[in-house]
Design a protein around this ligand. Structure first.
Ligand SMILES: [Zn+2]
Length: 213
């Protein structure tokens, strides 16, 4: 009886919490990542990982772009260039991907250690695929990051552009391994096999998914 009452209460609360969604907005599973409790928990998890970051003030832009619940990652473990505002809900899986997935794949396929990563950036107020008329890119919500290259301790530099279909089978395997692990951590992953616009980088976002290509 008590279980039934709790169940009904849960259903009631769930229906109270739902609000109409504007068309074209990405569906968020569960509570909004901007919910103060969710954000606090996310920031706590980042700190617990030993990730150093700065919390950024919420920003709204007149053209629909925003950067809310965002951080600037200061130290993930290795330097990553060009990182701007990132929503915490992306910064957390991104930090784990860098520290665990990328290093594991580098050990497995390149017998190496990644010392630096190159990004094409995070926040950019633009439509999807930079095409006028398309819906707002997750980059316009600080909810996406583009990764282009990896530097190894032995001096090698691996780029998505040269490596994805390049001559070195182990480099190809490394890039596909980190792409595959990204698909388990992020809602949306796009690489060179997705379309020509992604021939030189891997795109990760926490918008509507799952999509892995
Ligand atoms: Zn992107």
């Amino acid at each position: 009886m008590r279980i039934l009452a709790l169940l009904l209460l849960a259903l009631f609360l769930a229906s109270c919490g739902s609000s109409p969604r504007a068309p074209g907005r990405p569906t968020q599973a569960g509570p909004s990542p901007d919910d103060p409790r969710i954000l606090r928990q996310c920031l706590g998890n980042l700190s617990a990982l030993g990730v150093s970051y700065q919390s950024l003030p919420d920003r709204q832009f007149p053209n629909g772009c925003s950067a809310t619940g965002s951080v600037k990652l200061v130290a993930v473990g290795i330097p990553v260039t060009n990182l701007g505002a990132l929503k915490c809900g992306l910064a957390l899986p991104f930090s784990l991907w860098v520290r665990e997935s990328v290093q594991q794949a580098a050990r497995a396929w390149l017998d190496g250690y990644v010392t630096k990563m190159e990004s094409f950036g995070t926040f950019a107020c633009r439509p999807v695929n930079n095409q006028a008329g398309n819906r707002l890119s997750e980059h316009g919500r600080a909810n996406a990051v583009d990764i282009a290259a990896f530097q190894l301790a032995d001096g090698r530099r691996i780029t998505v552009k040269e490596g994805w279909n390049g001559p070195d089978a182990n480099v190809r395997r490394f890039l596909r391994a980190i792409h595959g692990s990204a698909c388990r951590r992020f809602n949306v992953v796009l690489g060179p096999d997705a379309n020509a616009l992604h021939h030189d980088h891997l795109h990760f976002d926490m918008g509507r998914g799952p999509y892995c290509r």
